[in-house]
Design a protein around this ligand. Structure first.
Ligand SMILES: *Cc1c(COP(=O)(O)O)cnc(C)c1O
Length: 378
């Protein structure tokens, strides 16, 4: 079996597993309890917060643990909307190719009277900071633009976007779920006010994530109850998952540079091999993309067929688009970069990581070449 769907989820690293196991066995006490073992668990929680904050370049008290990337996106956007509403600012800027955790939250706000501007991302899949600057209005409450796209892997000019937002006094949130652990991130340098990440995209456990919120950004609670996370996210902390996430992020950040060089080579090998197929169109900028991301449309094919035949050959891949009611809709991301619906239906996303090998990439190239030929009936 060849796993080439690391944008969907990743396998837990040994480091993360061991960290979780020790938390399960030794620190299973409630961090809010006053007796010594409880206070020890509280210390472990604090330690995880400190380690994660170091990876992001922020303060420990700016880290809020959530159930994952989706919750962090929801909380960030709803918080900014609440702040905006109090100031009479009811306009939000985003892009058409965000994750549904962002787009569906914006839809909800639209129904509540917010006006949403979705920036064009062009054929390259990269936001233009000048276009953003033109879209900002006196009543803009929030700019939310993802760090790197989960389908086509394109990396946004986050530092420039952050600078435009800061200069115009607008809050800036970025969904960095695909970037965290894979790209170097520094929220202070990039002038990011809020950032979402999710552990299972960087070899940590599922169901745990982080919302970073800069000191002074007033968060809205999604879950009411106890005083955990400084009163902003109630519920007894999932300490094993938090500790596993901290270990995974630290490891990913320490090895980021060397892994990125290795995975980029695999990516470019795969892109070069698949480009040789006739009617193969690479989606998104060829260079400014995540180290492991490859995404093509193959004319006169359909994603269901591609994925099924590849699965038969033991290759786990994705079309990038969400499966609704049993069939694949063309991906909103591919439509956003200007693919027509028919072309977008023939999409294939292959996402690699440090565990993949050049031999696997060769096998994938042969398998995809074969599959496309079979589907075209020639
Ligand atoms: C996976 C993903 C999410 C959702 O994260 P969960 O932890 O699965 O809720 C959000 N945004 C992006 C870009 C993602 O890739």
């Amino acid at each position: 079996m060849i796993y080439a769907d690391h944008a969907a989820t990743t396998k837990m690293s040994e480091t993360a597993k061991l960290a979780m196991l020790s938390a399960i066995e030794e620190n299973w006490y409630n961090p809010s309890s006053l007796y010594t073992p409880g206070q020890q668990a509280s210390g472990v929680l604090m330690d995880a917060r400190v380690r994660i904050s170091r990876c992001l370049g922020c303060l420990p008290k700016e880290i809020y643990f959530t159930s994952g990337g989706s919750e962090a996106d929801n909380q960030a956007i709803l918080s900014a909307a609440a702040i905006g509403k109090r100031q009479g600012k009811m306009h939000i800027i985003s892009t058409a190719f965000e994750h549904h955790a962002v787009l569906h939250t914006l839809k909800k706000l639209e129904k509540e009277g917010f006006e949403i501007t979705l920036l064009d991302v062009g054929e390259s899949g990269i936001v233009d900071p000048n276009q953003l600057e033109k879209a900002i209005r006196p009543d803009t409450a929030l700019v939310t633009i993802m760090y790197a796209n989960n389908e086509i892997g394109t990396i946004q000019p986050i530092g420039e976007i952050g600078a435009v937002c800061r200069q115009n006094g607008v809050l800036f949130h970025t969904d960095a779920v695909q970037a965290a652990g894979h790209l170097p991130i520094n929220v202070k340098e990039d002038q990011i006010d809020m950032l979402s990440l999710s552990a299972h995209k960087f070899n940590g456990p599922k169901g745990i994530g982080v919302l970073y919120a800069k000191t002074g950004v007033f968060l809205t609670n999604l879950i009411e109850g106890g005083e955990q996370e400084r009163g902003k996210r109630a519920g007894t902390e999932n300490l094993p998952a938090i500790v596993g996430m901290a270990a995974a992020l630290e490891e990913a950040c320490a090895l980021q540079k060397e892994r990125s060089i290795y995975v980029t080579k695999l990516r470019d090998q795969l892109i070069a091999g698949l480009k040789k197929i006739s009617g193969a169109l690479l989606n998104g900028d060829e260079i400014r993309r995540l180290p492991g991301n490859v995404n093509f449309c193959f004319l006169d094919t359909e994603a269901e067929g591609l994925l099924l035949l590849l699965d038969n050959k033991g290759i786990c891949a994705s079309s990038g688009s969400a499966c609704t009611s049993g069939f694949l809709d063309p991906s909103h991301v591919l439509l956003a970069i200007g693919r027509d619906p028919q072309t977008a239906r023939g999409s294939l996303r292959l996402t690699l990581d440090y565990e993949n090998t050049p031999e696997e990439v060769e096998t994938i190239i042969e398998a995809v070449t074969d599959t496309v030929r079979i589907l075209r009936g020639c």
